[in-house]
Design a binder for this molecule. Structure first.
Ligand SMILES: NC(=O)C1=CN([C@@H]2O[C@H](COP(=O)(O)OP(=O)(O)OC[C@H]3O[C@@H](n4cnc5c(N)ncnc54)[C@H](O)[C@@H]3O)[C@@H](O)[C@H]2O)[C@H](O)CC1
Ligand SMILES: [K+]
Length: 505
């Protein structure tokens, strides 16, 4: 799914109105219908809805929503500003149409502070959407601060009021803090970054039928990895295949005291479908690895830590977890990097060695995949003021070096050599635990061995890893789930994928 900025979203709106064709009023009605359906499906019927409406079309959505909810027998209050003079036509019509339902209580926005809210209230924010053009202040800020303190579920229409769709806000800016955001048609960039996404709660993207031709032809280099992307990437296994056709994965990982990282990476590679898997590690890991993962072959590269790396053609290499940064390991790794020509997956200590030897960035084979967390990214490419600047820098460096950079975050960003960025939305806070990254390296390397193109392996691998995390969370909890559980859940994720793909074709 493409990510558009607010001016592109306005264009999508206008294009749809002109070419479907459909009136602005009808489009607003569709948006309100989608929200009403979601609320009626998700929120108990005895709820009292308090809908706060601004003077723009976001407010118009709120007014239409109030009418639809009331029409369906739900208890509804609306709050509007003093004057409707500035309002768009569609918003004004929806204000007038409230008269169809005299049972809707209409209040002034400033009266909210005096109101006795029912115990089973839900607050709906339709104050500002993509038309916000400056930070919120004055009476709107007072109202939002008041609403944020009430002990009720808060739901935003399209965008939490106070957030811009496509840029950072000032620290301490006033924003409606939503538990859920019902947003139209597209993910907005601000939902995907920690500084702004924290205000959105759970994001639900509602289809309102904006014109396909516009969506297809309007350029964007930012995307969200959605189900359509994944179904296109996933290659179901042919019944006539054999292990020789499913690639050879080499995981180079582990040193004394950090052999768990190697275990996790190699097990993930095997569970992700690698035909043949080799774990290259120092002698101290031999017994541990052969016992914990008998499916993989062991090859020696040192005693307590790696001192020489083996190069084999026709293998996909994933290197770094638990490797350590002993000077001998660093020297051997840099030589290996210089001699290799095949794309490889580089993580953890291998990234730290590169960061300590900046000239080695140029030696990374083209199309390789780097999987830094924010701290590793900073060591490699320097610090940035915020996550928006960080993804811009990652996008630039990926294109400059001809590599894929997987910037690990709540919504991990996959920056491809062609300058595009994919945001991943699978995964959860239970994955913020030592060992998750080792599993990711194993998954991506395994996909690379199975002849997924490097960019595909990165996008698909990050999605799989997150989805396995979501399955693991359902069985356990964000606190208790383990990176090992991600490996165990890979099977269920593939099962689900192949069943769904079967339905589609
Ligand atoms: N694009 C779509 O797919 C659809 C969008 N819909 C809804 O429309 C809004 C966008 O509406 P718009 O009228 O452009 O903007 P807003 O409602 O967000 O508000 C603009 C309004 O507010 C004033 N304003 C802006 N910033 C401030 C501020 N800080 N303080 C006070 N006033 C401010 C501005 O001058 C305008 O007067 C979109 O989000 C959807 O909810 C359609 O209904 C369906 C299709
Ligand atoms: K809103």
């Amino acid at each position: 799914m493409k990510i558009f900025n607010s001016s592109q979203i306005r264009k999508a709106d206008a294009y749809t109105i002109a070419h479907e064709p459909v009136t602005e009023l009808k489009l607003m009605e569709r948006a309100a219908e989608a929200c009403a359906k979601w609320l009626e499906d998700e929120i108990p019927r005895e709820t009292v809805f308090y809908i706060f409406c601004g003077s723009g079309n976001n407010g118009g959505d709120g007014l239409a929503l109030a009418r639809l909810l009331c029409h369906n027998g739900l208890s509804t209050h609306v709050f509007v500003g003093e004057s409707n003079e500035q309002a768009s036509e569609a918003r004004s019509v929806n204000f007038q149409r409230l008269a169809e339902h005299p049972e809707i209580a209409v209040h002034q926005l400033e009266d909210a502070v005096e109101l006795d809210f029912e115990a089973n209230s839900v607050l709906v924010d339709a104050l500002f959407g993509t038309g916000l053009n400056r930070e919120i202040d004055g009476k709107y800020a007072e109202l939002i601060n008041f609403l944020n303190e009430l002990p009720f579920r808060r739901i935003s229409i399209d965008v939490p009021s106070g957030l811009f769709a496509d840029r950072l806000i000032k620290e301490n800016a006033t924003v409606f803090t939503a538990h859920d955001t019902l947003s139209f048609q597209f993910w907005k960039q601000s939902f995907l970054h920690p500084e702004t996404g924290a205000f959105c709660g759970n994001v639900h993207i509602l289809d309102i039928g904006l014109h396909k031709n516009f969506v297809e032809s309007e350029p964007s280099n930012r995307f969200v990895t959605d189900d359509a992307v994944i179904f296109q990437l996933y290659k179901p296994r042919s019944p006539f295949t054999h292990k020789g056709k499913l690639g050879k994965t080499r995981i180079i990982a582990g040193s004394y005291g950090k052999m768990g990282a190697a275990v996790l990476a190699v097990k993930a590679a095997v569970h992700c479908g690698s035909g043949l898997t080799v774990i290259e590690a120092p002698e101290c890991g031999n017994e541990i690895l052969q016992t914990s993962c008998p499916e993989a072959m062991f090859e020696l590269n040192g005693d307590q830590y790696a001192t020489a790396f083996l190069i084999n053609e026709n293998e996909s290499v994933g290197v770094g977890p638990g490797l350590g940064t002993n000077p001998d390991t660093a020297k051997a790794f840099l030589k290996f990097l210089q001699d290799c020509t095949q794309p490889m997956v580089i993580d953890a200590d291998a990234l730290n060695i590169i960061a300590s030897n900046p000239d080695s960035l140029k030696m990374i084979p083209k199309d390789s995949i780097l999987t830094p967390h924010p701290k590793e990214f900073e060591r490699l490419f320097g610090s940035t003021a915020n996550s928006y600047e960080r993804v811009d820098l990652a996008q630039k460096m990926a294109a400059e070096l001809g590599v894929t950079i997987v910037l690990k975050d709540h919504f991990t960003q996959i920056c491809l050599p062609d300058g595009s960025v994919y945001y991943n939305t699978t995964g959860n806070a239970g994955m913020a635990k030592g060992g998750s990254g080792d599993v990711l390296l194993g998954i991506i390397t395994s996909l690379l061995a199975q002849k997924y193109e490097p960019a595909q392996a990165a996008i698909f691998g990050v999605w799989l890893h997150g989805k396995a995390g979501d399955f693991a969370m359902q069985k356990s909890s964000v606190e208790a789930m383990l990176p090992t559980d991600l490996i165990s859940e890979l099977g269920s994720v593939f099962k689900c994928l192949s069943e769904k793909k079967g339905q589609i074709h």
